[in-house]
Design a protein around this ligand. Structure first.
Ligand code: NAD
Length: 251
């Protein structure tokens, strides 16, 4: 039955950036659909664990601006829950500076967290799927700036355009191994990532005016696409970036 294909009973997910915002939305979606989740975050994901219960959600702290934590993330998921079936590359940072003065530090930090670690964590988890002989799902968080240039965010745009591109590359090479690699491009969501925009009355009004749905998105809004891409319902979906944007890209 089709609704059974959306269930995640017995599945294990790794969700990066699980302490807040969209990472909490992914974690909640997976637990409600029947999975266990290992959260990974630079600050403790205590609030998410309180929300979902320790039996469903464990977490480790890791700074994803370097590749150092990768092996331990995969090992902890396997040691804690026995296997891995789903990876969500959700952790991300944004730096806003005029492009003419944009610093090397802001370039490197954003590219390292949003793209470099995302790729090598995906590679490590894909190797685990191959070792398990199970296949699995990889979902990365892209952005409207995978399609558009943005303003004052050159490294963010570069990283998120890169996420959309390597989602296709990884899918091309790993689809034959039963690994589905896809991405979700959220529109303008009410999280820490957009706090500065929402605090700027003019920018906030301009953004809202352009969203056909007429409101900012919330972490709950990505739950449907998250479960779809994590579940057998999407077994023939490969290398695609799904927008969850209240219609923004269509304008
Ligand atoms: P957020 O700023 O609340 O969350 C960012 C998450 O990344 C946090 O969990 C944070 O702990 C984690 N993180 C940041 N630096 C890290 C590091 N060095 N090591 C480990 N974890 C780190 O904002 P959010 O909106 O929930 O962002 C989640 C993802 O969604 C990001 O990739 C972001 O770029 C993307 N996104 C957000 C929006 C939006 O409008 N909010 C739109 C498009 C894409």
């Amino acid at each position: 039955m089709i609704l059974d294909k959306f269930r995640l009973d017995g599945k294990v997910a790794i969700v990066t950036g699980s302490d807040t915002g969209l990472g909490q939305g992914f974690s909640k979606a997976f637990v409600e659909a029947g999975a266990k989740v290992l959260g990974v975050s630079v600050v403790p994901s205590t609030a998410t664990q309180e929300m979902l219960g320790k039996e469903n959600f464990e977490f480790i702290q890791a700074d994803l601006s370097t590749l150092d934590p990768i092996d331990n993330i995969v090992k902890t998921a396997v040691d804690t829950f026995g296997h891995v079936d789903i990876l969500v590359n959700n952790a991300g940072v944004i730096k806003r500076e005029d492009t003419i003065d944009f610093s090397v530090e802001s370039w490197d930090l954003v590219m390292n967290v949003n793209l470099r670690t995302l790729f090598f964590l995906s590679q490590a988890v894909a190797k685990q799927y191959i070792k398990q002989g199970t296949g699995g799902k990889i979902i990365s968080v892209a952005s409207m700036l995978s399609y558009q240039g943005g303003i004052r965010v050159p490294s963010y745009t570069a990283s998120k355009s890169g996420v959309k591109g390597i989602t296709m590359t990884m899918a091309n090479e790993w689809a034959s191994k039963g690994i589905n690699v896809n991405a979700i491009a959220p529109g303008y969501m009410a999280t820490n990532n957009t706090k500065a925009l929402r605090a700027d009355a003019d920018r906030s009004e301009a953004i809202l005016d352009r969203i056909p749905a007429g409101r900012w998105g919330t972490p709950d809004d990505i739950m449907g696409a998250a479960v779809f891409l994590a579940s057998p319902a999407s077994d023939y979906v490969n290398g695609f970036t799904i927008a969850v944007d209240g219609g923004w890209l269509g304008r």
